[in-house]
Design a protein around this ligand. Structure first.
Ligand code: FAD
Ligand code: NAD
Length: 479
């Protein structure tokens, strides 16, 4: 006999789950959210990977390390700061305070919206109800009409780099180093590798990234990924593409990394190694085996375009289902699931999911790259504008990178926008909005942007599609 009864039970309190729970309660549905995370202090901590050991703590360290690095560049502005130093313990505790503030904020939002919060494990049962196990192993049943599964993801591990010593760690541990490693190895030059590599490289680690692929950031527009690699390498990130790591062995003398590149075997000794080779869905013990919920060969819960599973009243959202593992995609899916349970016909526009890599300069994009557009049969028209010609970027001494806009030559509709540059994470929002409204590059060109601002680079790139950018020489000459 169930002790409690709800219209919606959400399992998982990350961006997908907490957004689903809040929206569901806003719509008047009696809602509970179950989350098992214990934070760094050992207490329940809402917000999932994103708030506890993902987006937020990594950005707190990226911002800290960027400010530290900037201090050494202030001389260009005529400002001299001597003997700047960084207190790693203070940097980490500031990061923990930011996390604490935001995770406790989710609890307040739950209270304000009337979401009941359950601290512990949730498990979907075959009868559609949910089994709830508290952190001290008390088991009960929660009756519910609908379930939203939002269990998120965990780091993938690989046999050649076991996380069996404190020197070989995943991204979670790499957010809590107590000191700056002299030499840092990173397995995987993807998003986490580049972001955490940037943090520790800026603070003084000699940083080597071992990447299996021959191509750097293959899903990013090639012009942007090529320029990004050049800039990041100049900053000191030693990005070794096409390397097959054979073994990673920790001992008192450091971590020995044996790898093959261009047919040759090499050995490097590093002080610490971060394994950042992707993440996998966190569905362990989430679903009773006789439920009838399907998963694919990699463990992702199978859903349709509306995030509905093979059972009509069970939805699954966020990192545990197909698509990019991004917090904003997760949250939008959570909101869609709640609204569809309520009866709305909500949709997520999967063509317009922005992505950002928070290096400096930042790398941000939405829609198709030039290569993808051509691959899909579009005749692509391209406009670019370099931040080196932007007054605002020059004034801020932040002039590396460019904006690239790809339009369909027959309709002029914007197919993709790719930005390498200062505040690309903010600028890309303007592109997402334009694309959401089906803008052409001419529409963006006809829009007025404040001067001087970084956004003008987007404006000029859009004008450049038609060959009439004002602040650069146009290759195409059009009337
Ligand atoms: P999660 O955030 O993983 O939340 C799932 C929650 O469910 C967790 O609290 C988990 O403990 C809980 N749970 C799982 N199973 C159960 C169960 N059976 N019972 C109860 N609770 C359960 N994305 C971005 O968009 N921008 C970024 O800048 C960014 N930076 C990142 C940096 C790092 C280092 C990492 C690791 C990830 C980053 N991400 C970023 C990815 C982002 O964190 C995820 O895409 C996002 O958190 C996914 O949200 P989710 O709700 O699906 O899952
Ligand atoms: P990723 O997929 O971005 O990168 C993993 C990299 O490791 C890939 O380039 C892959 O080729 C490489 N790799 C895999 N196996 C390897 C091996 N054996 N040897 C060498 N290289 C190998 O994954 P990630 O960096 O671990 O991040 C996981 C997820 O978290 C991403 O999907 C991302 O969406 C999300 N995330 C997002 C942000 C952000 O939005 N800014 C930040 C961090 C993480």
């Amino acid at each position: 006999m169930a002790e409690k009864s709800y219209e919606v039970v959400v399992i998982g309190g990350g961006p997908a789950g907490y957004a689903a729970a809040i929206r569901s309660a806003q719509l008047g549905l009696k809602t509970a959210c179950i989350d098992k995370t214990l934070g760094k202090s050992g207490k329940p901590s809402l917000g999932g990977t994103c708030l506890n050991w993902g987006c937020i703590p990594s950005k707190a360290l990226l911002d800290a390390s960027h400010k530290f690095e900037e201090v050494n560049q202030l001389v260009d502005f005529g400002i001299s700061v001597e003997n700047a130093s960084i207190d790693i313990e203070a940097m980490i505790s500031r990061k923990d305070e930011v996390v604490q503030q935001l995770t406790s904020g989710i609890g307040s939002l739950f209270k304000a919206n009337g979401v009941d919060s359950f601290e512990g494990m949730g498990r979907l049962l075959a009868d559609g109800n949910v089994e709830f196990t508290t952190h001290d192993a008390q088991v009960s049943q929660i009756e519910t009409n609908n379930v939203i599964l939002a269990p998120g993801s965990v780091p993938s591990s690989i046999d050649i780099a076991p996380l069996s010593s404190p020197q070989v760690v995943d991204s979670t541990e790499a957010l809590n180093f107590g000191d700056v490693p002299n030499r840092l190895g990173i397995l995987g030059a993807g998003v986490i590798g580049l972001e955490l590599g940037s943090v520790w490289n800026r603070l003084g680690s000699e940083t080597i990234l071992f990447e299996a692929l021959e191509q750097f950031l293959p899903s990013v527009d090639h012009r942007i990924s090529r320029d990004a690699k050049r800039i990041l390498s100049k900053q000191g990130l030693d990005i070794r593409l096409g390397t097959t790591v054979v073994s990673v062995t920790a001992s008192d003398n450091g971590v020995e990394v044996v790898y093959e590149a261009k047919g040759e075997k090499n050995t490097v000794i590093v002080d610490r190694m971060i394994v950042a080779v992707g993440r996998k869905p966190n569905t362990y013990d989430l679903i009773a085996t006789d439920c009838g919920i399907e998963t694919d060969e990699r463990g992702f819960i199978t859903v349709n375009e509306f995030c509905q599973t093979s059972l009509e009243n069970v939805y699954a959202v966020g990192d545990a289902v197909r698509g990019p593992m991004l917090a904003h995609k997760a949250a939008e899916e959570g909101i869609m699931a709640a609204e569809r349970i309520f009866g709305k016909k909500s949709l997520v526009n999967y063509s317009n999911v922005p992505a950002v890599i928070y290096t400096h300069p930042e790398i941000a994009w939405v829609g198709l790259s030039e290569e993808q557009a051509k691959g899909e049969g579009f005749e692509a028209e391209v406009g670019t504008f370099s931040f080196g010609a932007s007054g605002r970027a020059l004034a801020a001494n932040d002039r590396e990178g460019l904006v690239k806009i790809i339009s369909d030559s027959s309709s002029d509709r914007v197919l993709g926008v790719h930005i390498l540059g200062p505040q690309a994470s903010e600028l890309i929002g303007q592109a997402v909005m334009a694309m959401e409204f089906g803008a052409t590059s001419e529409d963006i060109g006809l829009t007025m942007f404040a001067h001087p601002s970084l956004s003008e680079a987007l404006h000029e790139a859009a004008l450049g599609v038609g060959g009439h950018a004002i602040h650069m020489a146009n290759r195409k000459k059009k009337k």
